[in-house]
Design a protein around this ligand. Structure first.
Ligand code: CO
Length: 209
């Protein structure tokens, strides 16, 4: 029987290290969560939301999937966005991609990986929408550029959800950001895609086309 005891041991040490500095930390947090941020990122084990921005439990509401994709009919992702925006009233939604994303790389290949190929079709679509920007690039550059373009596309998809549109119509303070993370040096880059209203979305989504 393999019960992963070492992970439970690590857990106890971690919990003790937090309560040593702040004995009330977990009891206070157990009463409510008030995160300001919703993070939509890649499932990649090298891109852990809280650690990258150095925030403790309670500060970031998180949704992760392969290649940080936001599709218009993904009930899982849409439910996370709805709960975050309408119930938790987060102020910021961050779509964070990363360079060297295996999902993005796989979408540029012809190889078959199985079920996941259907998910990666969404990124193939992003490549198709942006074919003129990718055409002349060398393979690595193409990969990196598609990682960035995928983030921009997913930001637009977040903004076009009925949830975000309604929030803006109701004058809620809500910004949607596009970021990318460099797994080689641990540094985040702002893709200069911060949308705070429908007008701004129209302006910027013309720019990305
Ligand atoms: Co990835």
């Amino acid at each position: 029987m393999n019960t992963l005891k070492h992970l439970f041991d690590r857990n106890v040490i971690w919990a003790e290290s937090i309560t040593k500095n702040n004995p009330e930390f977990f009891s206070a947090l157990s009463k409510q969560q008030l995160p300001e941020y919703l993070w939509i990122g890649c499932s990649d084990s090298r891109v852990p939301a809280n650690q990258i921005v150095d925030l403790p439990p309670g500060e970031v509401f998180v949704h992760r999937n392969i290649a940080n994709v936001v599709t218009h009919t993904d009930l899982n992702c849409l439910s996370v966005i709805q709960f975050a925006v309408e119930i938790l009233k987060v102020k910021h939604i961050i779509v964070c991609g990363h360079y060297g994303c295996s999902g993005v790389k796989a979408s540029l290949e012809d190889r078959e990986y199985g079920l996941v190929d259907n998910w990666l079709r969404h990124i193939k679509d992003v490549a198709r929408f942006n074919a003129n920007k990718l055409r002349d690039l060398a393979p690595e550059e193409k990969n990196n550029r598609l990682c960035e373009l995928n983030v921009l596309e997913q930001v637009v998809n977040v903004c076009n959800t009925s949830i975000v549109k309604n929030a803006w119509e109701n004058d809620s303070e809500l910004s949607v950001h596009g970021w990318i993370y460099n797994i080689e040096n641990g540094i985040l880059k702002d893709l200069d895609m911060c949308i705070t209203s429908m007008d701004e979305l129209k302006e910027k989504s013309t720019w990305i086309e």
